[in-house]
Design a protein around this ligand. Structure first.
Ligand SMILES: CCc1ccc([C@H](C)CC(=O)N[C@@H]2O[C@H](CO)[C@@H](O)[C@H](O)[C@H]2O)cc1
Length: 818
């Protein structure tokens, strides 16, 4: 008898149907007969919200009245994905929804498809935040996600006729958005500019030049089977003085609305960079805007109606997690609030502040660590610059009591010296918080040994690790219902959805050929589904009887999409030159998904190359369909949910020491794909847990990479040494993928041969050699699927529930509401 622990539906199909009808008629003014799938989507979403409301209130009350410390997750990005199906799952209403909607004459998928994906993030960091707030609610931990409700999310990617990326605005709020509740009565004033004056009593007063109204838009975050509903509070910027009538009457219309535009600009658009900060003033305005509003909101929530709250208890009420350096301005902001608004002395304020904040670093790229010019901070936030300088002075003084190494102290400056001082936000976060963590064991080691070495030498106890995770609700149960049913059948319970390490129970079944065949059948059915989806959405003709080999992630040189495309071209060259008999080639379909930051020139050229390799290879009769390349545009959470369950082989081929963790790697392993990868980020831990024999490892280790850097790396040497690499690069140069034009990719080829900072050429031979192991195993489907099943069985550790549990025990020291 299979144990079912999935949440019980609070509503019958009949009741659900009636509620949708009422909502359509009396709130949306349409009868079910007149309604469109979009109308029913809005109605259903509002009905689900209705049923989650009581649990939402109860969670709020228990959080404020209880003494369970809450978590405030401060993030500039939340890549949430579509909401309706996830809310239905976590509320136990999926079956009732499907039946009710069918009863009203609609296809559930058409209603689901009507939802616009809230794309309020770039990639890994934003999606991790979304997985984390799902796990916080599912574990019953009181929590707020705090961020920005950008009017325009990450751009919509399209490809022009030459295969170049073009960016289109992603106006996701074009239609009615039923999930967000705009709460004007709980707005906060956020100030900017102006100057600081010293009062007679020596205290400081900030006299800002302008201010905006931060209005909260609340999204419910229902937990899975926890009965708890947390809040994602995203701030939208409004102007206090919408319209300057006097200016208008002088028919200067543009200036009449200038204050409004200036204010609303703050939450207008998400910055599409995911590694190199642009250092734009508006970006700093965005960061201060949501952090200041969030800190004042937390004081309002936890000290209701108190104008003289005892804020020494603040760190016991809520602990703030800084999702990378983007919200770190929160540290001088809390200091300002405590000292200037509540009159605390510096040391008390500093004690409260350092006990309140913790910092998670998500990168190893030096250029991704934000550094703000002190001048810019001084103009926008003059009082904060004073406080940051004071923090820096006190910090250097404290260091002097801990080491006599002047050079070390100098390297640790939060504010650099010289005529153009810079504020290092990662250093401010490390000095101003209780804990610093990396997002995978290797990453956290490198943070201690390299990036923040001086800090870990002096404050070793601050440093810890929490390996990333992903939510099994969205990325297994919703994305892969077939595999979910098979897992529940195999384990005899569905409890794995809230206790993912139970997947270990599948290990013995890997020895059961019948079960392995069922598993293989699930994968095959998912591949057919994806082929149908790709046909419908992109017009692609995918053959589900080929190996589906996927590489989906942001386009960045360190992730080495270039290695994948060069190996692919080498295979094509082998076929074209007859060096390889096409009949011996294992049929493979390579699927790319990747957005490049709009200003990232080489990344965009790589996208163009991939699209043109696809155009040439897919239309070359010599290849006989043995090699197929597809690049579905606008990779997002929706596409990921369709593609990951249909993948046989996943690419995690970054240069060792560059990918902080990766989370796609976890999603693929949990959905029964094999991984080819380097010893980088969380690949190391995935391989450890699934078994080295169930992972295709290649490439240099971090130490070998460092050694090659020291020795001096000349990529041209590798070009000369490996004829397949030479043939591939020459094909990129000779116009094969650019209608004969030999200059199209010249900058890319020049970079590969003269710079190749992330050593694509150095790892090429090892990468192409591992392909024969991969193809040899794929020709034994039973063995391939046995190993793929063992990946599923041993990847339960990579649940974001486990990550959150680690944060609770190592950093936050709180837990579920009683
Ligand atoms: C200021 C520009 C900017 C914007 C975003 C970022 C993020 C930190 C980049 C990011 O998404 N990092 C990814 O975070 C994931 C979640 O921890 C990791 O799994 C990925 O390895 C890491 O690249 C850096 C710099």
């Amino acid at each position: 008898m299979t144990e079912i622990t999935a949440p019980k539906s609070p509503v019958t199909t009949e009741e659900f149907t009636d509620r949708i009808r009422e909502q359509l008629k009396y709130a949306q003014g349409v009868t079910p007969e007149q309604a469109t799938p979009a109308d029913v989507y809005v109605a259903s979403s509002l009905v689900v919200r209705h049923y989650l409301q009581d649990a939402w209130f109860k969670t709020q009350q228990d959080m404020v009245n209880g003494n369970t410390k809450a978590v405030g997750y401060l993030s500039a990005e939340f890549l949430m994905g579509k909401q309706l199906r996830n809310a239905l799952l976590n509320a136990g209403m999926i079956d009732q929804f499907d039946a009710a909607v069918e009863g009203l004459g609609f296809k559930p998928q058409d209603v689901i498809d009507a939802e616009y994906e809230p794309a309020l993030g770039n990639g890994g960091l934003g999606r991790l935040a979304a997985c984390f707030i799902d796990s916080l609610a599912s574990l019953g931990v009181p929590a707020f996600g705090y961020g920005i409700q950008y009017r325009y999310g990450i751009f919509k990617q399209e490809f022009d006729k030459d295969g170049k990326q073009i960016e289109k605005p992603e106006y996701w709020l074009a239609n009615e958005e039923p999930w967000g509740h705009t709460d004007y009565n709980r707005s906060q004033r956020v100030n900017f500019g102006g100057k600081v004056v010293t009062r007679a009593d020596g205290s400081k007063e900030w006299q800002p030049e302008w201010s905006v109204r931060a209005v909260p838009v609340d999204y419910m975050v229902p937990g899975y089977a926890s009965g708890r509903v947390n809040t994602l509070r995203l701030w939208t910027a409004k102007s206090y003085d919408e319209f300057d009538l006097a200016t208008f009457n002088k028919s200067d219309y543009l200036n009449a609305v200038k204050p409004k535009v200036k204010a609303e600009d703050i939450s207008k658009i998400l910055y599409p960079e995911d590694s190199t900060p642009q250092g734009k003033a508006l970006r700093l305005e965005q960061q201060y805007f949501f952090v200041s509003a969030s800190i004042h909101d937390a004081i309002r929530v936890f000290y209701p109606g108190q104008d003289k709250p005892d804020l020494t208890t603040f760190p016991d009420k809520i602990t703030f997690q800084l999702n990378d350096t983007h919200p770190v301005i929160g540290i001088p902001e809390l200091m300002r609030v405590l000292i200037d608004e509540y009159g605390y002395d510096w040391n008390t304020a500093w004690d409260i502040t350092t006990r309140t904040f913790n910092y998670t670093c998500h990168t190893l790229l030096p250029e991704a660590l934000e550094v703000w010019p002190a001048k810019l901070i001084g103009e926008l936030l003059p009082r904060h610059l004073e406080i940051i300088k004071a923090i820096n002075t006190n910090f250097l003084a404290e260091l002097a009591t801990k080491t006599r190494d002047k050079a070390k102290i100098d390297r640790m400056r939060i504010v650099t010296e010289g005529e153009n001082p810079q504020v290092r936000m990662a250093y401010l976060a490390t000095a101003g918080g209780s804990h610093v963590n990396g997002v995978a064991e290797l990453h956290s080691e490198l943070l201690k040994d390299v990036t923040l070495r001086d800090f870990s030498d002096i404050y070793p106890d601050k440093f810890t690790n929490v390996t990333n995770g992903v939510t099994p609700r969205r990325f297994i149960r919703l994305a892969n219902p077939r595999l979910s049913a098979l897992i529940t059948e195999g384990l005899g319970t569905d409890r794995w959805l809230s206790d993912l390490e139970l997947l270990k129970g599948l290990e013995p079944l890997a020895k059961d050929d019948e079960f392995v065949k069922k598993f293989a059948a699930v994968k095959q059915a998912n591949k057919e589904d994806f082929a149908a989806y790709a046909k419908r959405e992109y017009g692609f003709e995918l053959d589900p009887n080929t190996m589906f080999n996927t590489m989906v992630k942001r386009l960045h040189e360190y992730k080495r999409q270039s290695l994948k495309i060069l190996a692919l071209i080498a295979k094509y060259a082998d076929i074209k030159s007859g060096k390889v008999n096409v009949d011996d080639v294992l049929p493979r379909t390579v699927i790319f998904g990747a957005k490049a930051a709009p200003g990232y020139y080489l990344a965009k050229m790589t996208i163009q190359l991939i699209n043109n390799v696809a155009r040439v290879v897919n239309n070359d009769p010599d290849v006989k369909g043995k090699l197929n390349v597809y690049f579905p545009w606008n990779y997002n959470v929706r596409l990921a949910q369709h593609l990951i369950p249909a993948t046989d082989l996943d690419e995690q081929i970054s240069q060792a020491g560059k990918e902080a963790s990766g989370t796609g790697n976890m999603k693929f392993a949990l959905n029964g794909a094999m991984t080819v990868g380097t010893l980088d980020g969380a690949n190391v831990e995935i391989r450890e847990r699934v078994g080295a024999e169930n992972f295709f490892l290649f490439g240099m280790t971090v130490d070998e990479v460092d050694k090659l850097y020291e020795e001096g790396y000349s990529p041209a040497k590798y070009y000369e040494a490996d004829p397949r690499l030479k043939a591939a690069i020459d094909m990129v140069s000779d116009g094969t993928f650019s209608n004969g034009d030999r200059n199209t990719y010249a900058p890319l080829v020049a970079d590969w041969l003269t710079k190749d900072w992330f050593m694509t050429l150095a790892d090429f031979t090892a990468y192409t050699e591992i392909q024969s192991d991969i193809e040899a195993l794929y020709r034994q489907p039973l063995e391939w699927n046995r190993k793929a099943l063992l990946n599923v069985a041993n990847s339960g550790y990579f649940s974001s529930d486990r990550s959150i549990t680690d944060y609770l025990t190592r950093i936050w020291h709180t837990g579920p509401l009683a």
